[in-house]
Ligand binder design. Structure first.
Ligand SMILES: [Zn+2]
Length: 164
């Protein structure tokens, strides 16, 4: 029997449910399960435990995925698991953590990271320094700030011993 109605129903998973989940903080459980690349989950970039209102737009998510695929996945391949301290920040969160006004964190184009194995820190810095997708690389205090520029030429701006 022909059931045209089934074509009108939204799929139970995939992009539609992801975008729906981003509109509601009551759907945090779903956000926690969204993978944006093979080894990174969206939740790792949001810090929703501390900032439940820190919900990105779909464009922010696409930007985060670009950073994962171009920089974080290759870096992980090099130095093993990577800990993300801060990824996407809405304006409120950015203000609270003292981020600069035009921070790339506001649009999902930056992450503050360190290797799970502290002995790999130098290797991670060296790897990102020469990566063609690196926009800004700032290091210090055992963490590093890495940014990417999906819609511009990466600047390859590197400051060692400086951290924001
Ligand atoms: Zn940063």
């Amino acid at each position: 029997m022909w059931r045209s109605r089934s074509y009108l129903q939204a799929p139970s998973s995939g992009w539609i449910s992801i975008s729906e989940s981003l509109t509601s903080i009551t759907m945090n459980t779903q956000i926690n399960n969204v993978r944006i690349s093979p080894h990174f989950r969206l939740s790792e970039f949001l810090n929703l435990g501390k900032y439940p209102q820190n919900i990105p737009t779909m464009q922010d998510v696409v930007n985060l995925a670009y950073g994962c695929l171009c920089l974080l996945e290759p870096a992980r391949n090099e130095v093993g698991p990577i800990i993300i301290n801060s990824g996407f920040r809405n304006e409120d969160v950015n203000r609270k953590v003292g981020g600069v006004k035009n921070s790339q964190h506001l649009i999902g184009q930056a992450a503050d990271i360190r290797p799970k194995d502290p002995a790999q820190f130098h290797r991670l810095v060296e790897f990102l320094k020469v990566n063609p997708y690196t926009d800004q690389l700032l290091t210090g205090n055992g963490w590093l700030h890495i940014s990417w520029a999906p819609f511009a030429q990466p600047r390859h701006y590197v400051r060692i011993g400086y951290y924001i």
